[in-house]
Design a protein around this ligand. Sequence first.
Ligand code: NAG
Ligand code: NAG
Ligand code: NAG
Ligand code: NAG
Ligand code: NAG
Ligand code: NAG
Ligand code: NAG
Ligand code: NAG
Ligand code: NAG
Ligand code: NAG
Ligand code: NAG
Length: 863
Amino acid sequence: MTFLSQFSLLFLSLFYVFTFQNILCNNLNQLHCNEKDRQILQIFKEGLIDPSSNLITWSTQQDCCQWQGVYCDNTTNRVTKLDLSDQSLKGEIKLSLLELQFLYHLNLSHNSFNVISIPPIQNDVIFGSNLHYLDLSYNYDISMDNLHWLSQLSSLRYLDLGSTNLRNVTNGLQSSVMLPSLSVLILSYCELNITSSLKHVNLTSLVTLDLSGNFFTSKSLHWLFNLSSGISHLDLRGIFLSGNFDLRWLSQLHSVKYIDLYGIDLHKETNWLLTMPASLSDLHLSNCQLTNISPSLKHVNLTSLVTLDLSFNHFNSKLPHWLFNLSRDLSHLHLKYCGLYGEIPSSLFNYQNLEYLDLSGNMFSGSIPLNLGNLTYLVSLKMDYNSFSGTLTDMHFSRLHNLKELDLSNTRFTFHFNPEWIPPFQLKRLHLDDTNPGPQFPSWIYTQKSLSVLSMSSSKLSFVAEEKFCGLITGIDAVIDLSNNSISGEISNTFLNSYHIILGHNNFTGTLPHLSPEVGYVDLSHNSFTGSIPHAWKKLEYLFFISLWNNNLFGEVLMILSYLKYLQVINLEKNDFFGTIPNNMSRYLEVVILRSNKFEGSIPPQLFLLSDLIHLDIAHNKLSGSIPQITYNITEMMADNYSTFLLAEDDNIDFYQKGQVYDRELDLDRRTIDLSTNKISGEIPSELFRLIQVQTLNLSYNHLTGTIPKTIGGMKNLESLDLSNNKLFGEIPENMATLSFLSYLNISCNNFSGQIPTGTQLQSFSVSSYDGNPELCGAPLRKCSMKKNVVNTIERRMKEDGEFDEESLYLGMGVGFAVGFCGLFGSLLTFRKWRHKYYRLLNRVYDQLYVTYMLKFNNFRCC
Ligand SMILES: *[C@@H]1O[C@H](CO)[C@@H](O)[C@H](O)[C@H]1NC(C)=O
Ligand SMILES: *[C@@H]1O[C@H](CO)[C@@H](O)[C@H](O)[C@H]1NC(C)=O
Ligand SMILES: *[C@@H]1O[C@H](CO)[C@@H](O)[C@H](O)[C@H]1NC(C)=O
Ligand SMILES: *[C@@H]1O[C@H](CO)[C@@H](O)[C@H](O)[C@H]1NC(C)=O
Ligand SMILES: *[C@@H]1O[C@H](CO)[C@@H](O)[C@H](O)[C@H]1NC(C)=O
Ligand SMILES: *[C@@H]1O[C@H](CO)[C@@H](O)[C@H](O)[C@H]1NC(C)=O
Ligand SMILES: *[C@@H]1O[C@H](CO)[C@@H](O)[C@H](O)[C@H]1NC(C)=O
Ligand SMILES: *[C@@H]1O[C@H](CO)[C@@H](O)[C@H](O)[C@H]1NC(C)=O
Ligand SMILES: *[C@@H]1O[C@H](CO)[C@@H](O)[C@H](O)[C@H]1NC(C)=O
Ligand SMILES: *[C@@H]1O[C@H](CO)[C@@H](O)[C@H](O)[C@H]1NC(C)=O
Ligand SMILES: *[C@@H]1O[C@H](CO)[C@@H](O)[C@H](O)[C@H]1NC(C)=O
């Protein structure tokens, strides 16, 4: 026998064993999928795209009752439930699926389906007659233009179409739709025009109605609640209303327990709550533009209230009296950012059942009554951003056994805790930013073993008990922020498990700590770390932000960078790193700051292909070679439609211009290229001047040669230009005068020649901007010799003929404009930020040239 036939025999016998066993097992388990059900499922499957192969079990080899997500009745073997939620499925939902006669529960939510096809309704075909639960929510790309098919589902109890697209359902649920059994209806965030689509539906059994995030056009929802007065749970969060909203119909809801009206403008409404049923237990009126709720609430019988949320309103008052007269069962009280002031009376803490108390962002003052410590059920206490003073002691927390979250940031409490105090609670989140618990790290915090978030920035902490401290920060698994303290200590051998680590502006010493492979954000700037970047850091594949600015680190580290594929911000400034910059760093980089190190070699071309780059600073290194001569692709610096890049507040990047640290708030979106103080040679590529969004360009102290190309005039946003101390030559292009935002210029110490363009803003800079160019003349430098001057002017006019004529045209228009402009907006100009924004607006409204020439002739000085 040949080897091949031996092999096929073996294969065949294996095959038989396998299929035979399969049949055997099936017989033993008595599983026979109904053939009709199987066919219906098979047709449904044909519409699906299953990129993650989650439905690999859906094969003809297997009994369909064993397929992923399919559930059969264990006596009849008919399919009763199909749950394919959250399986990354795409493609088409074929609703002929509802021909499954015994289907009771269908859940296709949380997928990416984009088509839904509804078979034509035929009277002789069973269609969802047994269906009780239908959940198609979170398939954002599914859109339907009518919902008539729902009228067939006469048994439906639960319907969730939230976060699908029902924008085009205009007369979908009219007249014929009877859903008399429906008790839960969720249509949140589906762009539904409720006014036109729900008007005639019979919703007699409705208990829960969630219409949040949709449109209403009629002033009243009276009609809706005539049809469904038994509602107990009503969620109208974030609905978009046109016109005033009449809320008197709320009184029709005799059994309502839960109402959420988040974001509905109620400031003109009064007395609308007077008739609320005594059954009300959850009332959410957050962000409702309320200025005074007392008239509406003070006579209301709120005997059953458990949750009251009045956050984000504008009360401008003390805590109203009725607030202390609510149900003893009150467990959630949210009064965040609603303009309340005054002291907190001890009677607030008579609500013994409080679990969540949020008083943050008000103007509360005074001290906290001691009976806070009575709230044994309290889980979350937030009092941050207030003007509290007085002393907090361990007595205040003595019985808060259940506390999981405490936020006292930005308050002026004096902390007076017994150093031996062991709290009765184990917190998950602790925020003490901008407080004054130091200088010793509070010892009670070391006892907290379940912390996920510890945030104590700017808290004047200096001393830690090193061993306990390292144990503490190792245990924290989400966010640790201890920045802006002066903590001294070594965390070299510590393993930090958080994904967000901010330890900047302290005095940590020793080598860098070990980091969790999950870490995303690391700020260790302004410390005294030494040594090199640990090799293990190349495994930090989720890292998107790293700042090691201003430490004593060294070593050849940049190869590690090519492993960090998702990096967006890197700042290694002011260390002693050396080696070359790799050419295959993350393509998501937005900020690259390698300033003041000892990097050498040439500038990798990749830096100029990073489409999201807004800030490139590799100054003060030993880089050589020329600036890459390729086609640049820094979209963020080229695009004409200026998109504002906003870093989060604490993103801690300072930006340089004129060698100074700039006000961070003003300069978050500053587009910068700084290659200064290196050994870069060759000509400046003209590509660089296509980056018209750049605001700061610094190429000074290099060995650059050649001339300034005329295209520099296109860099409309340039505010600071430094080309000094190079070997550049030739004339200064006339159109540099059109750089209307230029407020700093330095081209000194080159070999420029000819006349500085006259009658322009370029004269407003001082001599030092031009010094050290022996051949350069004209104000503010010495006068040019007559002969040269005339020749220059004629030459220039010949070159730029057209432009010159336009100039005189605009001069005439400019005068009147300038008077109004300076009078009205002069004060704006003193604030750079406003000036910039304002000019951007002007540039859009008026013709660019018009504004430019106006500025040129008024020279910024008119104001
Ligand atoms: C069939 O299902 C019912 C309810 O789901 C369960 O109580 C019963 O034990 C099951 N019978 C068998 C044989 O699995
Ligand atoms: C459908 O599945 C999702 C995700 O698994 C779940 O959250 C939801 O509660 C389910 N819907 C029903 C009606 O069971
Ligand atoms: C809604 O209908 C309009 C007009 O028929 C169509 O252009 C649009 O694509 C539809 N939108 C959706 C989400 O189906
Ligand atoms: C909603 O439907 C009503 C009645 O058909 C119509 O007047 C209104 O303009 C629609 N609103 C929106 C936002 O489509
Ligand atoms: C809604 O249906 C119920 C039960 O089928 C019926 O009693 C009631 O009159 C209907 N209401 C309306 C407004 O059609
Ligand atoms: C609501 O019901 C009341 C009486 O039950 C009736 O007078 C009123 O016309 C109904 N309103 C609408 C819009 O159906
Ligand atoms: C509030 O309502 C409850 C329950 O309906 C009732 O027992 C109680 O007397 C009412 N209180 C007042 C002050 O009306
Ligand atoms: C508190 O409620 C009682 C009755 O429940 C009432 O007599 C009293 O006036 C209320 N006090 C305030 C301050 O609203
Ligand atoms: C609440 O706290 C205060 C002060 O700590 C105490 O005097 C009072 O007895 C406590 N009340 C209850 C009901 O525990
Ligand atoms: C930082 O720590 C070092 C060594 O522990 C110490 O010499 C230095 O004074 C500290 N610096 C500051 C600013 O606290
Ligand atoms: C240029 O940037 C765009 C994104 O803005 C990107 O799609 C394209 O691949 C980039 N081209 C090169 C050559 O990097």
